[in-house]
Design a protein around this ligand. Sequence first.
Ligand code: HPA
Length: 226
Amino acid sequence: MIGIIGGSGFYAGLEELGGVEKIVRTRFGDMPVLVGEDFVFVSRHGNPPVPPHMVKYHANMDVFKILNVEHVVAISSVGSLVDDIKPGSLVLPDDLLDFTGRVWTYYNDKPVHVNLYEPFCPQLRVALGKLSTLRAGATYATTKGPQFETRAEANMLRAFGADIVGMTVAPEARLARELGICYQPLCPVVNYVDSKTTHENTVTMVKKLESQIADILERLINNDAI
Ligand code: HPA
C-alpha cells in the first residue's frame, strides 16, 4: 500500500486507478481521502486549497497512520538553487533543512525525540529511482513562505548546502518520522530561484510535469517493490 500526498492535479488519474473518496476521522478532524486497492491519496492543501503555512499537516499525516500506510511519496514542487538542477526535471532529495521556525510534533505532553539523521525513505528513493531517470540526492530547504525567497535568502540557502527549496516538506517529514512512516518527497522542479519567478509560472510548470509524475506513481502503485 502506497500513500501519496500532493496537489489535487492527480485526482482524476487516481480515480481511474479505482480510487474512491472516503472520510477518515482523525484526532485533528475529518479528512477526505481517495482510497484505492493499493494506494491512499491525500490532497495536501485541501479543497478549497489553503496556503502552505495553513496546511493541516498533523491531520494529513495521521490519515496515513490510521489507514496503516507505511510508505508515503510526497509530490512537492520546488525552486532550484543550483545550475545542474533544471526546471522541468524531477528530483528525489535525500536531506533536509528546516527554516520554517516552527515546532512540528505530535508530542506536546511528554519529551519524545525521534531520530531524523536520515530524514527521508531510502527504500522509496531506490524504488522510484528505478522507475524513471530521476536525480536521487539533493538537499531540500523548507521556508515558511508564502512569498518566494529574496536574493540574500537564496544565497544563504546555497551557503548552507541547499540545492532546492520549497514550503512543505519539513513539517511532513518530521511528523511522518514520529508516526514511523517512511516518507520520500518526489519534487518537480518548477523554477530557478530568481527575479523571474512568479506564482503563475510555477503553476504552469507543475501542470506540464503532472502526467510524467502520474505515470511514475502508477508504476510505483502497480509495482511490488514496496
Ligand atoms: N521557493 C520556494 N518554494 C517553491 C519555489 C521557490 O522558488 N518554487 C516552488 N516552490
